[in-house]
Design a protein around this ligand. Structure first.
Ligand code: NOJ
Length: 758
């Protein structure tokens, strides 16, 4: 008996000694994790049971490999990183580009590391990989979800063809502050629209996560990063819970529910706690409320940055607080590989917590088929055939056309009908390729971008060009004189102003978003020639165009449109494409007005309507020197044709919980051109237990009407559309009066009202 027990014990000891060595101890076929017929959950569990703590920490470690320099500004220790891969101390790399480079590293992971766990390769593919699409803010102005889907599919396809399996998009941060350079990455100021487009982008990037062109998407930056104070990058956020639940959370929520595999934490604090260490954001909200099943990655160095925030003592404390809160993968701060094992050994973090994080990451490595074939995304033929193709560029051009926003068109000066007329194109940016790409250009080559000059040159036989201002936006008498000379000799002037695309994206906050003084001087001089002026504004954010509007006969917001910029603009100017975009961010009237957005609350002392009787003389909410209203409101954008709205009607004056109500309007294309109109539906909850915005977008339809054609547009409203969140995030629907508005922008609307009776 004694001997038997001893043999059994020694057997257990031998087995225990063998198991940590993983599959070397078993034949491959025994390993459940290698059996593709087992469920992913079983495979994850099996693999976790074979991993050492150090290897688990490794899966939580994401490093930059192949781009940028290290903190000391030297090439960033590439060999050391490859050694870490070999030791199983890396779960993912970012910024490693191209099939051959990725293959070399993947090979080390799956041939030389002990457990042969493949790596994930991530990259910021914000508006295309090599074929550049319009920036997301511009793309959002299309209100065209089929187009958004196509754009995202191609971005994913090109990225995947070059070996990536994970992209850090979409950014779902609602923002109403154009000083923030990152508004270019989002969908503007509206939570409902942000939700629709966030979900569309996720679906476009991920597909069903089963083809070699589907990549993991990453919803960012969780959460409320769009509310950074003064629009200053990496700054703090202080929003109420009501604003959080009603305004900031919905787009992340929608994108997560659309199946996003990953979510990135934001740099900001939320309720005084850095997002990467916030149990409220990561566990209570993301995991429990949104039911997020994927994995969380920090933003760059965000674990370690909790020290500077004053929330963590040191890196060990930082990773402890991050993992405990629900963070998982650590981007670049190396806290996980350096401190996680000892935190578990000391009993501060439980193995279970670590396994949950590691398991979520492994899940997606299985899901992507990387264990069956770690080289699945690594095919040089596919790389050559799918990137920057004619077809991709064609779609990028369509996307660019749909993003171009017509803001003013006096006397129908556009479209230009005669390609032989004498046109003076003026503006440094119109002929500067290097100013056409932003920091999120991914692998695009500025030389491949079609400038406005190149685009117009193909279409106009009589085109002159002069710079008018310098690269730094200043001007000189000589530059102005030359521009004026060309303008005087032409029948029409096209001026391209704005700011370089390089001032869009991360770390591109600007305190002053007025049009640079040199460009205003130029416009004033051109105005004196008496020639009609078409102004094209290039910028990754709404600029302040108040003065420019007065100096221009036509005003076109061209954003940052990507590879096909010049071709798309030329088509629009010639009317081969009739503009249909509507802005998703308000254009401020003046700098001091920011933030200005359509879905604000009313004050107790609202400004009176201009024609109101009994206007208060004083002491109401206003600026004495500028209007309260933006220059161009949310949803605004013109077409070459004209749309008239009439006859708003509701199917009933009351709504209950069992039925829906339909709102109809008549839409008439009264202009000379076929065109598309984005019909927008807004509501206002007039009295509620928590005050509600003066208008909230609840639906939209993009409708094509031939010249002279009319149609009836209808929307359904059900009681669920009237719900909002209370301070605890509970969804509530309250009886009472609701105003309903329909129109072509958030300002010019027809209105009616109904009562909700539950
Ligand atoms: C920092 C940015 O905030 C984030 O959006 C991006 O994905 C990461 N860097 C990785 O480049």
């Amino acid at each position: 008996m004694y001997i038997k027990r001893n043999i059994r014990l020694s057997l257990i000891v031998i087995v225990a000694l063998i198991i940590p060595c993983g599959i070397t101890a078993q034949s491959k076929s025994d390993a459940i994790y290698l059996n593709k017929n087992a469920s992913i959950e079983q495979r994850v569990e099996d693999l976790l049971s074979r991993m050492t703590l150090e290897e688990k920490a490794g899966q939580l470690n994401q490093l930059n490999y192949g781009m940028f320099t290290g903190p000391d500004n030297k090439a960033d220790g590439e060999q050391e990183k490859l050694d870490l891969v070999k030791q199983g101390k890396v779960g993912s790399l970012l910024n490693t580009l191209g099939v051959s480079k990725i293959k070399k590293v993947q090979q080390i992971a799956v041939e030389q590391s002990r457990l042969k766990i493949p790596l994930l390769f991530g990259f910021d593919v914000i508006h295309g990989y090599k074929t550049l699409f319009p920036i997301p803010l511009a793309e959002a102005c299309s209100w065209d979800m089929d187009q958004v889907n196509k754009n995202s599919r191609i971005a994913a396809k090109e990225a995947a063809a070059s070996g990536l399996n994970w992209i850090f998009a979409p950014m779902c941060d609602v923002s109403n502050d154009p000083r923030w350079g990152r508004v270019m990455e989002g969908a503007g100021e509206d939570p409902y629209y942000g939700s629709v487009i966030g979900a569309a982008r996720v679906k476009g990037f991920q597909g069903n996560l089963d083809s070699v062109f589907d990549v993991l998407a990453c919803v960012k930056h969780f959460a409320a990063y769009g509310a950074v104070e003064a629009g200053r990058e990496y700054n703090n956020v202080d929003v109420s819970r009501v604003a959080f639940y009603n305004k900031y959370l919905p787009p992340y929520d929608a994108a997560v529910r659309a199946g996003a595999a990953t979510v990135m934490t934001s740099f900001n604090v939320f309720d005084g706690v850095p997002a990467s260490g916030s149990t409220f954001l990561l566990t209570d909200i993301l995991k429990n409320r949104l039911d997020f099943k994927g994995f969380v990655v920090s933003d760059w160095n965000a674990f370690a940055e909790m020290i500077a925030h004053g929330y963590a003592m040191d890196k060990k404390d930082a990773v402890y607080k991050a993992i405990k809160a629900g963070s998982m993968m650590d981007m670049e701060s190396r806290t996980a590989i350096n401190y996680l094992p000892e935190l578990v050994k000391e009993g501060k973090l439980s193995l279970d917590q670590v396994d949950k994080a590691v398991g979520a990451i492994l899940y997606y490595k299985f899901k992507l088929g990387l264990f069956e074939n770690p080289y699945r995304f690594l095919d040089t033929k596919r790389e050559t055939e799918n990137i920057f193709t004619t077809e991709n560029r064609k779609i990028a051009k369509e996307a660019a056309e749909k993003s171009i926003l017509l803001l003013k068109n006096s006397q129908q000066i556009l479209p230009l009908k005669n390609p032989n007329q004498k046109v003076a194109l003026i503006g440094y940016y119109a002929n500067s390729k290097s100013d056409m790409v932003d920091m999120w250009k991914a692998t695009a080559d500025a030389q491949d971008c079609v400038t406005i000059y190149e685009g117009l040159k193909k279409q106009f036989s009589n085109l002159t060009f002069s710079e008018g201002y310098n690269k730094d936006n200043s001007t000189t008498e000589a530059l102005i004189n030359e521009a004026v000379k060309n303008a005087a000799a032409a029948e029409l002037v096209i001026v391209n102003i704005g700011i370089t695309s390089n001032l869009s994206g991360e770390d591109k906050s600007l305190a002053d978003i007025n049009i640079p003084e040199g460009q205003i001087q130029l416009l004033k001089a051109l105005k004196k020639t008496g020639k009609p002026i078409v102004t094209l504004v290039s910028s990754g954010r709404p600029m302040i165009l108040t003065e420019v509007e007065g100096l221009s006969d036509a005003l076109v917001q061209c954003w940052v449109l990507g590879t096909e910029t010049g071709n798309a603009i030329a088509e629009v100017i010639l009317g081969k494409y009739n503009p249909s975009a509507k802005t998703v961010m308000s254009f401020p009237y003046a700098l001091g007005q920011i933030p200005v957005y359509y879905n604000h609350f009313n004050t107790g002392r609202p400004a009176p309507e201009p024609n109101a009787k009994d206007k208060p003389a004083d002491f109401y909410s206003r600026f004495h020197d500028i209007p309260n209203e933006p220059l161009y409101p949310f949803g605004y954008g013109l077409s070459y044709t004209a749309f008239e709205y009439s006859n708003i009607s509701l199917s009933s004056k009351t709504l209950d919980t069992n039925n829906s109500l339909s709102v109809t309007v008549e839409l008439n294309n009264t202009g000379k051109y076929d065109g598309e109109e984005v019909v927008q539906l807004y509501i206002q909850d007039v009295t509620a237990s928590i005050v509600r915005p003066v208008k909230e977008l609840k639906g939209f339809k993009k409708i094509m009407l031939k010249a002279g054609e009319k149609t009836i547009v209808s929307f359904k409203i059900s009681s669920n559309d009237l719900a909002f969140f209370d301070h605890e995030g509970k969804s509530i629907i309250e009886n009472g009066k609701f105003n309903v508005f329909v129109g072509g922008n958030s300002r010019d609307v027809l209105s009616s009202s109904f009562e909700l009776v539950q």
